[in-house]
Write a protein that binds this ligand. Structure first.
Ligand code: NAD
Length: 308
């Protein structure tokens, strides 16, 4: 049976565990060759290891193609090397899934600058570095080609914290919101060469979610195992990522799609909930209280509008 991603080459970052592991196994199941990146670090970003190896072994034992990469997504040199691995080992680069992540949760008054900087470095700088490297590569391919567009799929990762905020995560929420703005911008910048850029909001029981009070211990899941449905299986977003990475999704770009448990949700962006107009005059701060109550928050009935 032809695979949805036959002949395609993907990089998945942070693919040694949890959600990224699921993406890598699912992309490989559909025929993609996968560079399995993972720094092999703790959930708080300490240490490094060869956690990518097990995922590579699983893919190759199933007849797929994969290469391990132990680089740090926040290092420019490591990210360049990751792209080189895709090109040297598999001859091309079609799909990039920026998924690597860590957490360093604390309420803002207890959070150190190092906790802020490391979370921003892994999520924002890391996502930006690999997005940039892929964009440069796809533009080069486009320039050298007679075709008007090239094959390129960029899928970056947000979270509920970035979309709505979460207690104790001012660093992580800022990073995950930044990834949304970054990806929407890249989707505009790459549209003319046919490359799509979207955001996935995954979820599930992983090392990251197990840092929440009362959460269950993480467990490795396999997206190819259909024997039982676990609503906290972190690989449940992997089929959506595989589809976004596929030729079928060539019309989908600049979207934020949450996919966890049994639901897929297309997220709506910020929009004006209420608009008041000053009729070409400067606002008067002393009159804004009444205006906000009646016409913005609508917490007070307007009653008679004197002077109108
Ligand atoms: N678990 C959830 O409920 C949830 C919800 C929303 C979003 N997310 C996001 O999903 C992504 C994956 O998280 P997860 O829950 O699977 O956690 P996880 O800890 O199981 O996996 C994250 C992986 O990223 C790797 N990593 C960390 N820093 C790295 C770096 N600098 N370079 C390369 N690899 C690095 C880790 O070694 C780890 O294998 C993250 O971006 C996270 O923010 C998770």
């Amino acid at each position: 049976m032809a695979g949805l991603l036959d002949g395609k080459v993907a990089i998945v970052t942070g693919a040694g565990h949890g959600i990224g592991r699921g993406h890598a196994l699912e992309l490989a199941r559909h025929g993609a060759s996968v560079v399995v990146n993972d720094l092999g670090t703790s959930v708080h970003g300490e240490g490094r290891g060869r956690d990518a190896d097990e995922v590579v072994d699983i893919i190759t034992s199933r007849g797929g193609k994969a290469a391990a990469d132990y680089g740090d997504v926040s290092s420019e040199a490591d990210v360049e090397a990751m792209v080189k691995t895709a090109l040297d080992d598999f001859g091309q680069l079609d799909i990039v899934v920026n998924n690597a992540g860590i957490v360093r949760d604390k309420v803002i008054w207890n959070m150190g600058v190092d906790d802020f900087d490391l979370v921003m470095a892994v999520h924002v700088r890391g996502t930006w570095l690999l997005s940039r490297a892929a964009a440069r590569h796809w533009r080069q391919v486009a320039k050298a080609s007679a075709e008007p567009s090239v094959y390129g799929r960029l899928i970056n990762t947000t979270s509920g914290a970035g979309l709505s905020g979460n207690f104790g995560q001012s660093n992580y929420a800022a990073a995950k919101a930044a990834i949304v703005g970054m990806t929407l911008t890249i989707s505009l910048e790459l549209a003319s060469i046919g490359v799509t850029a979207n955001v996935i909001g995954p979820g599930g029981r992983t090392r990251i979610s197990s840092t929440m009070p009362g959460a269950e211990a993480p467990k490795d899941f396999d997206p190819t195992d259909d024997s039982e449905f676990d609503p906290l299986d972190p690989t449940l977003s992997a089929p959506v990522v595989a589809w976004l990475a596929s030729p079928e999704a060539d019309h989908v770009s600049g979207q934020v799609i949450k996919a966890f448990s049994e639901s897929i949700q297309l997220m709506g962006g910020w929009r004006a909930e209420a608009t008041v107009n000053n009729g070409g005059q400067r606002w008067d701060a002393t009159k804004l209280g009444a205006l906000f109550a009646t016409d913005v928050f609508k917490t007070r009935a307007p009653g008679l509008r004197l002077g109108s």
